[in-house]
Design a protein around this ligand. Sequence first.
Ligand code: PHE
Length: 340
Amino acid sequence: MLEQIKSLQKEIASTLPANAGELEAFRLRFLSRKGLIPTLFDNLKLLAPAEKKDIGRPLNELKQLAESRLKEWTEALGAVKDNTQAPVDLTLPVIPDAIGTMHPLNLTRYRIIEIFERLGFNVADGPEIEDDWHNFSALNFPENHPAREMQDTFFVSRNPDVLLRTHTSNVQIRLMEKQRPPIRAIMPGRVYRNEAISARAHCFFHQVEGLYVDTNVSFADLKQTLYHFAKEMFGSETKIRLRPSFFPFTEPSAEIDISCFICHGKGCNICKQTGWVEIAGSGMVHPNVLRHVGIDPEAFTGFAFGMGIERVTMLRYGIDDLRLFSENDVRFLKQFKPVL
Ligand code: PHE
């Protein structure tokens, strides 16, 4: 038996398990319940007391050797395994997070807000799902006025009518219902019209509504305010032109054109060879509208305008297809600066 113990000792000393599988084979061979060393202990019990003394001690040493090797190797293999996990090198430069870019429509919206805020305009907003009163009736659209059909409205329900607002003019009404003049506000937002989608039309787009109601607000104020805006937005050389128009909620009404800042009036694709580009509808707030919200048209007057954010953005960046704004193509979107 002593011989066997010695040979096992040699075997253990010369064993070096290379992986977890070999380590487990070692444990099974020497230390498991049916392994060599426990079997030797079983045999030990059968020996005469004198022999037990001679064998017991080397057998215990053998067991301790096997156990300490098992422990050592388990730790060593564990450490190797840990090394294969992500090594941390604190001196490496950081992996930068991708910083998004601002949507071009937002860049334009913020610029518009900035310009009007300096003139003392507040920013207001209102619901996109609107009732008939705020989108049409309070704005002086008669019951069967063709303008209601003209607007190609998306109805959510009929009688009473609930619809997706066709313009931001609903916010004029909501604001004047809860606020008394002086009122100076701009109201950016999304609007909806039932139109076939193309490069020039979409079923939703964005507007900025403007409203100024106070004593003695005149058409000259409207003109000067929009002239100032055009120069701030498109450059100090920019001129504006007002063309007579019609909206039920303004009287008189005018379309605002700006001089084409691409060709400076010579004629190009952007201005369709006219030298002028339309950017907004506008006019003096109709007395009926003021009456509908309980403001005395004898005491107060006001002007309003509605501008297309897409239109301004297309002019600003030379974008020729409306659909680009809502396609979410990063090749398009990442061309715009993240901040103003
Ligand atoms: N709401 C009009 C439109 O959508 C624009 C407008 C606003 C015109 C305010 C006059 C005054 O076309």
